[in-house]
Ligand binder design. Sequence first.
Ligand code: 7TS
Length: 423
Amino acid sequence: MIRAGGAMTARSRGGRSPAFEVERIRQDFPVLGEKIRGKPLVYLDNAATSQKPHVVIDTIRQFLSTYNSNVHRGVHQLSERATEAYEQARTRVQGFINAAESREIIFVRGTTEAINLVAQSYGRTHIGTGDEIVISAMEHHSNIVPWQILCEQTGAVLRVVPINDDGEMLLDEYVTLLTPRTRLVAVAHVSNALGTINPVREVIRLARRQGVPVLVDGAQAVPHLKVDVRELDCDFYAFSGHKVFGPTGIGVLYGRARLLEAMPPYQGGGDMIKSVTFAKTVYNDLPFKFEAGTPHIGGVIGLGAALDYLDGVGLDRVTAYEDELLVHATEALSAIPGVRIIGTAKEKASVVSFVVDGVHAHDIGTVLDHEGIAIRAGHHCAMPVMQRFGVPATARASLAFYNTREEVDALVRGIHKVIEMFV
Ligand code: 7TS
């Protein structure tokens, strides 16, 4: 994260930062050696999805080629091995986010499914006509639309905490939006469109005072910051495997056991039951109650390998290194005449969204692509953020710990080229 003024680096905060051997780390990611139109790939679209290290690819390959089988149902050895690896990965996730129990870890398709699960299972049973759900103005569509659907179904009302011109949540406004009708708060830990790190600890403390549960959308936090769900004291925490160097199609919903136990299943099918007759079905215990059907077994095992890998690199070092990179990118881009950064919060992680006077974001993306540089251009599935800042779209460079200063410099040269061509 970077702090006020943007110029304070990890080095200036805490003495010397340990050497971060980025060139060695890059060797772990085969795709980083690819060429795009003959130029080295500069991958700055990590908020959309991250790249995968060899160990994740190899772990999935090993599962598929040596012990592929279904989980929780076979008596044969392969199934036992697959089940063991699958459940070990659950324990791995539990440790990674410091959940109290492994049954609090539910495997889902991704952040989107995790939030929909809470909206439909928790929401349909605890939220009714006239009740209020509080979100922030910087949410990804996947933390807006599931609540709108729930509001349509139940007659509940969505309340939105406004943000200031730097893209920071207005906590005073938040406090006034917490009313006796508030039934749930759902906020992003880190904004994908602005990079803002929200004060989720404080958001949770204020909600908890009134007994209101909080869901944290951690899709953009888990790859960059150490997350401890017990320290945060959140009720639900959602993230996606593919943004944290694991496979697509797998994600995690953490939920407090007490809440998950009282929630009805989200989907019905195999594995989520203890017994079925036409007269009555008895649901399985946690976490299986929420994992209907054959899960994404290779995805879960691959996610476990990704978290092991990230632990090996060290999240503290990742955060410190990315801070320096973000400060460099922020300074270098803001020094270009005509470039305006959207999202200048004091606390930020890994995202630089910007506009260039007189150039559409898509043109920026296209020109950069010709230089081998991958960024995202558009509304980033956060259209209300674009409306708040009065822009149709932004160009967004999003960093990971395998990016380098040289890559940021290539981006800056690319933007100069864009300006020469269009302005
Ligand atoms: N929440 C946030 C904050 C996100 O950034 C995203 C995806 C999601 C939820 C949804 O995650 P999914 O894995 O279920 O799709 N964000 C982006 C992005 O910024 N560019 O592409 C996807």
